[in-house]
Design a protein around this ligand. Structure first.
Ligand code: B12
Ligand code: SF4
Length: 464
């Protein structure tokens, strides 16, 4: 074997993920695997999702040691670091890539990576793996898109790797390298519908200040509609899923493409229910009708805040009204909406939180999730708050979410914001349905009063 690819996501170790049970295969690793195999390299994937550290250690121990490529993001950092350490102890050469390592080159090199790959992995590994396998380390500085430690201990960063121009020319992800059917089965067992994932594009040209563009920059490269339909048809025949997830950043970004894709699906008589993410400003009556015709049953919208002032501070490029209109548009064609909301962005005060509550009540999406803003290194938002960010543990033990930002409100404050939002929306839904059970109403009103009082009290206690 020339390279073993793995990631540090162990589903069975995560009680929260076990409750959700909506795993998807690691597409980035599978894209790399198919590319390297096409180039004649012997690439394998150890899929950690349904496995354990022990099984991975056994594989590494059994060897023979070769090159280990580890995917890392901000949530899997501590696992990735542990994998790198164990692999080094067992004499593997180690490479790390994915959306996080490019922002923490020195830390990953110190943690046991021989090479950090920045950006897309396919072309870089095609050159890097043979160099590492043959021991031609002196050639590393000629390989674009990497960072490594030179013999004198200094960190060398090579030129940025050019992005793949024609993503249609790339092979599909090497799904046969792992047990994708197991993912589909888990979905079927826990949610009644087996689900598969695929991507139709790489990169997003928008510039929301908290969003990471580490891998694809601000480019946007699309696959041809016919090629995506072909992959979908193959997936349907191979795995018999009941639904798909289009795992693009913004599936609806290019309307011309979307209409061609819809026409191609129709031409081939394919209709698999699916969910996707859209920006509110990329939805209009024609688009939502087309989505519904194609089988889309849920659109996820990054709504983030009900305060235009905060949306503008985020450089979101969307108005609160656009979000409300797009939820209503989806509803009108029978598509559910899921809304992502973010508390605690810079400058948010109590009036912005109240505006968000009003906005969700008015929009009435089918589902909504909140998170407290977390700065991802490499983003403008991170730079803005960097001098106030304090990690709660050592870098290698934490994710970017285990931190505090001085002068920001406490976790308890955002807990009250969640309670207020949840109760207000529930009460509004009762009103909308006109089904007033007075004891329910009284209970909700008490919760709302309690949440609002807690919020005001906690507002006085910003993080020191
Ligand atoms: C789909 C997705 C998910 C799915 C994951 C399902 C899955 N297993 O694929 C779900 C919804 C579960 C998810 C969850 C989260 N996600 Co997410 N997700 C995405 C998304 C939209 C697409 C991922 C994808 O398939 N990309 C396509 C492939 C081709 O790209 P890729 O994976 O980056 O791989 C390329 C390179 O990174 C590199 N590479 C990858 N692996 C390796 C390995 C080696 C050795 C090398 C050398 C190179 C290399 O080469 C690959 C091919 O070019 C990305 C954004 C994006 N467009 O990538 C965010 C993204 C990866 N997610 C992100 C975040 C923050 C999260 C969460 C933390 C969110 C949360 N609030 O909980 C969680 C973390 C979950 C976890 N435990 O890992 C961030 C990561 C930022 C960071 N610095 O780490 C991203 C980049 C979004 C963003 N723009 O901010 N996510
Ligand atoms: S949040 Fe969405 S729309 Fe904004 S830059 Fe990131 S991927 Fe693009």
């Amino acid at each position: 074997m020339d390279i073993l690819l793995t990631h540090g996501y162990f589903l069975y170790e995560d009680p929260k993920e076990l409750q959700i049970m909506k795993p998807y295969p690691p597409l980035g690793l599978l894209y790399i695997c198919s590319h390297l195999r096409n180039k004649g390299l012997r690439a394998e994937v150890f899929d950690s999702t349904f496995s354990s550290r022990k099984e991975l250690w056994d594989v590494l121990r059994k060897g023979p040691p070769s090159v280990l490529g580890v995917y890392a993001n901000l949530m899997t950092r501590s696992n990735a670091v542990e994998i790198l350490r164990v692999a080094k102890e067992l004499s593997w050469q180690t490479v790390v890539g994915g959306p996080e390592p490019g922002a923490y080159v020195n830390e990953y090199l110190a943690a046991g990576a021989d090479v950090v790959v920045v950006g897309e992995g396919e072309l870089t590994l095609e050159e890097l793996v043979p160099a590492l396998r043959s021991g031609a380390f002196e050639g590393l500085h000629r390989i674009d898109g990497i960072a490594f430690r030179a013999a004198n201990g200094s960190v060398v960063r090579t030129k940025p790797r050019e992005q793949i121009k024609d993503i249609d020319a790339q092979p599909w992800p090497a799904r046969e390298a792992i047990d994708v059917a197991r993912y589909v089965d888990v979905w079927r067992k826990h949610h009644g519908m087996g689900s598969i994932s695929l991507i139709t594009a790489r990169g997003c040209p928008y510039h929301c200040r908290w969003c990471s563009h580490e891998v694809f920059g601000k480019t946007h490269r699309r696959r041809k509609p016919a090629s995506v339909v072909e992959e979908l048809e193959w997936l349907i025949n191979r795995y018999q899923p009941q639904m798909a997830w289009m795992a693009d950043d913004v599936f609806t970004i290019h309307h011309g493409w979307l209409f061609q894709y819809a026409a191609e699906l129709k031409r081939r008589g394919l209709k698999l229910p699916f969910e996707c993410i859209s920006r509110a400003d990329r939805l209009n009556p024609h688009v939502v009708e087309t989505l519904a015709e194609m089988g889309c049953f849920r659109v996820w919208i990054g709504s983030e805040s009900g305060s235009q002032r905060i949306l503008d501070a985020m450089e979101r490029g969307v108005s609160v009204e656009q979000v409300q209109t797009s939820v209503a548009l989806c509803r009108s064609v029978g598509i559910q909406t899921g809304m992502f909301l973010m508390w605690g962005y810079e400058g948010e005060d109590l009036s912005d939180i109240e505006a968000t509550v009003e906005h969700v009540k008015k929009s009435d999406p089918d589902i909504f999730f909140t998170t407290v803003a977390y700065p991802i290194k490499g983003t403008p938002y991170f730079t803005e708050v960097a001098d106030r960010v304090e990690s709660l543990k050592a870098w290698r033990e934490t994710s970017d979410r285990e931190f505090r930002i001085r002068h920001r409100h406490s976790r308890q404050f955002y807990g009250f914001a969640d309670k207020l939002l949840g109760s207000e929306v529930e009460l509004q839904r009762l009103r909308n349905k006109n089904t007033f059970d007075l004891s329910n109403v009284a209970e909700l009103q008490a919760r709302i009063a309690d949440a609002r009082a807690g919020l005001h009290k906690a507002a006085a206690e910003v993080e020191a």
